[in-house]
Ligand binder design. Structure first.
Ligand code: ADP
Length: 424
């Protein structure tokens, strides 16, 4: 362009010179005598020169247009969404990527306030503050907001804005680039969840260690004492005492196993290793076996199965853990002389019901909402061994089996826990 202007200056000089020469030639005035042929020749030379300069100018203009086209293409097809706004935040132009983000055409967005594409009033206020900051500071700024498409679907977006000024340093327009950061946000969320899971698991493990070290002490002391006494009961008439201490050892071992099982079950669940694998099983024989295995004190159990059908389609391992826990609690939290009533049945819509009723300490009213919380133990249960994990595990396992656990309880009267599963 500069070259062209320089040439234009040269051309004017040339024209003046040529006209002057021509004028002297025609009038015959002046000191120089110039022949017409010479003038004609010179004019022709300049004409050609002019044409050449014209051509050069045209080429420069073409180049300029091409480079403008290139920039327009760069803008239009850039992989990032560009929005050009006026001072009031009205969209003046946007590129293809921006249209794609909105799920719409350019025509639809231009002329509208940029804020209409922001998800909530909070986002709009945030963007308003962001715009003022960009204008006041004159520096590019970033903000994360929720953007909405024309079909109302929202997505998280990172907006980077800057202002473009004219030659006189006045505001020309506001340029905002918009990036869909859904994937990044999803990854962040996954990482946060994994981290909090990790923290939770660590907390669980350290909590378990302190619970276990506390809860292990009593049964281990019982085992030690009973084995020491057993050594002394050598006589034939010590049979009764021997039996008593063997039972004490059994019960202590069972308590220890329960603690370990609780922790292992929860750890497995937290690691996603618990899946529902149903198979056809005999509900009555499974329940009977559980009762036999854990009824160390030989407490009276009134077991009823109110149906001819005994086969259920449930995960035997998960079901065993659930039944063991609620029957174990009924034994633990009731007196050795009081009976525990276990009922298994099928409800109308082919639901499997397992109910366990005891006449024990019951659950205080104010503790009922927390009974399924991890590590929760009633003050009234402190005299009994436990981790506060059992019911939490049962609740988790029943939900994996698409079932449900509920209870009713009256303090000092007893409790009834009911497991309910669809029998598919
Ligand atoms: P744990 O028995 O190891 O303490 P659970 O999760 O099985 O843990 O039970 C949580 C709490 O619920 C117990 O500490 C106890 O306070 C109460 N609980 C559960 N079952 C019974 C029951 N059958 N009778 C009275 N209280 C119960």
């Amino acid at each position: 362009m500069k070259a062209a202007r320089k040439n234009m200056g040269g051309l004017t000089e040339l024209r003046k010179k040529a006209e002057k020469k021509l004028m002297y030639g025609v009038t015959g005035a002046g000191t120089e005598s110039i022949r017409p042929l010479e003038i004609e020749h010179e004019l022709n030379v300049h004409k050609v020169e002019l044409e050449m300069q014209n051509e050069e100018l045209r080429l420069t203009q073409l180049q300029l247009e091409k480079s403008l086209d290139n920039y327009a293409e760069l803008f239009q097809y850039a992989p990032v969404g560009y929005f050009i706004l006026d001072i009031n935040g009205i969209v003046l132009n946007l590129n293809d990527a921006a249209c794609k983000l909105l799920g719409e055409h350019t025509n639809w967005a231009t002329g509208r306030p940029f804020s209409v594409f922001l998800h909530s009033e909070i986002c709009q206020d945030d963007f308003y503050r962001h715009r003022n900051l960009v204008i006041d500071s004159g520096m590019p700024q970033e903000i994360e907001v929720k953007f909405i498409k024309k079909d109302s679907a929202a997505f998280p977006a990172l907006i980077t804005s800057t202002i473009v000024k004219d030659e006189e340093d006045h505001f020309k327009y506001f340029l905002s680039t918009v990036n869909d950061i859904s994937e990044r946000k999803e990854q962040e969320l996954k990482m946060k969840m994994a981290l909090s899971k990790e923290v939770e698991l660590n907390e669980l493990k350290s909590r378990f260690i302190s619970t276990a070290s506390h809860e292990f002490r009593t049964p281990l002391a019982t085992i030690l004492l009973s084995t020491e006494l057993l050594e002394k009961y050598n006589e034939a008439d010590d049979e009764k005492n021997r039996k008593k201490h063997f039972q004490k050892i059994k019960s202590a071992v069972l308590g220890l196993t329960e603690i370990l099982m609780d922790f292992l079950s929860l750890d497995k669940f937290e690691n996603g290793a618990i899946t529902n694998s149903p198979e056809y099983i005999d509900l009555v024989s499974l329940t009977t076996r559980v009762i036999e295995d854990i009824n160390i004190r030989r407490q009276t159990v009134l077991y009823k199965h109110a149906d001819k059908k005994q086969v259920v389609y449930l995960d035997p391992k998960l079901l065993r853990v659930c039944i063991t826990n609620i029957i174990g609690n009924a034994f633990k939290y009731s007196h050795a002389d009081s009976p525990v009533e276990v009922t298994t049945a099928f409800a109308d819509n082919d639901q499997v019901l397992i109910s366990v009723k005891d006449h024990g300490i019951g659950i205080p009213e104010h503790d009922k909402p927390f009974i399924f919380d991890r590590f929760f133990r009633s003050k009234t249960a402190e005299a009994y061994q436990g981790t506060g994990l059992g019911l939490n595990i049962v609740q988790k396992f029943t939900s994996v089996m698409n079932g449900h656990i509920s209870f009713t309880s009256v303090e000092n009267e007893g409790s009834t826990f009911v497991l309910q599963f669809p029998n598919m």
